[in-house]
Design a protein around this ligand. Structure first.
Ligand SMILES: CC(C)(COP(=O)(O)OP(=O)(O)OC[C@H]1O[C@@H](n2cnc3c(N)ncnc32)[C@H](O)[C@@H]1OP(=O)(O)O)[C@@H](O)C(=O)NCCC(=O)NCCS
Length: 173
């Protein structure tokens, strides 16, 4: 399983020891306000954990735990999943609110996109967000994704952004 490194972050596979911290992040109503599934309890997260750990083996990609190098703190998650049961691959991210607006999601996302294009061999990666989730859309824009359409996924109206492998390499080398 692949670990990724950026200037300020480690991206590593999740472990069962992460569940308490994940429950803190995913149990917070403000953090989950634009996520259609809403807040999740520790037991819900624990029930879904085995299938999530398995993703890298099944798919070749998944969600990483995002660790700040300086503090060794787990900030949240970032990574790639299939978009709502489609063959398209979606970039996703959720961080603890104490760490918002410091560029961490953008930094982690660029590493995940690079992994998707260079290691998995994807030609295109998409991202979706509820229209009111401006922070999420700003991350999409900062990594170089372009708005393509309004769409409907996860039973929710969303904006849909995308970036191609060539566009990514033109921007990020
Ligand atoms: C979306 C999220 C991961 C972004 O993480 P982050 O580390 O704060 O992202 P970054 O710091 O890289 O960039 C955030 C950008 O959004 C901007 N932003 C934040 N809140 C905003 C708001 N309410 N309106 C407009 N822009 C906003 C920031 O100013 C920053 O842009 P800038 O660098 O041009 O100033 C974080 O807000 C989060 O975890 N939200 C809850 C979970 C979630 O909604 N996930 C996405 C589901 S689609």
């Amino acid at each position: 399983m692949q670990e990724l490194e950026t200037k300020r972050l480690w991206l590593r596979p999740f472990k069962y020891e992460d569940l308490d911290r994940l429950a803190e992040i995913f149990g917070d109503a403000e953090t989950m306000q634009f996520i259609s599934s809403g807040t999740r309890t520790r037991s819900q997260l624990e029930a879904g954990f085995p299938a999530k750990l398995d993703r890298f083996e099944r798919w070749g990609f998944g969600m990483w735990a995002v660790i700040e190098k300086a503090s060794q703190t787990m900030l949240g998650r970032c990574g790639l999943i299939y978009l709502d049961g489609t063959p398209e691959v979606e970039l996703g991210y959720t961080l603890h609110k104490d760490y918002w607006n410091r560029g961490f999601a953008t930094e982690a996302s660029i590493a995940c996109l690079r992994f998707g294009f260079e290691q998995v061999g994807l030609d295109r990666i998409v991202a979706i967000a509820q229209p009111a989730n401006l922070a999420s859309q700003r991350v999409m824009q900062k990594v170089g994704m372009k708005f393509e359409k309004n769409a409907h996924y996860y039973k929710t109206d969303v904006v849909y952004y995308a970036i191609s492998k060539n566009e990514f390499h033109a921007l990020h080398g």
